[in-house]
Design a protein around this ligand. Sequence first.
Ligand code: FES
Length: 89
Amino acid sequence: MDDPIVCRCEEVTVAEVIRAIEEGYDTLEELKRHLRVGMGPCQGRTCLPLVARILAGKTGRPLAEVLEEISVRPPLAPAPVELFLGGEG
Ligand code: FES
């Protein structure tokens, strides 16, 4: 495969991520907004760590620093709507 997919949910490839970084989208939040990586059904559980590695490699920033940019928003897993209505889900 010449250009592997890094975000399966949004069908974003490694080359697209690299091109975006070269265009100046050099934070995870900017990449999310520009390419929609991390905004699919899995909420980035699969792709954001991979995109963070690419971003760290391209910018020379420490991976730990890049990973700190990931904002986690609950719920982290699908929950039955009854749970929010006070029922027995
Ligand atoms: S693989 Fe990227 S949001 Fe699911």
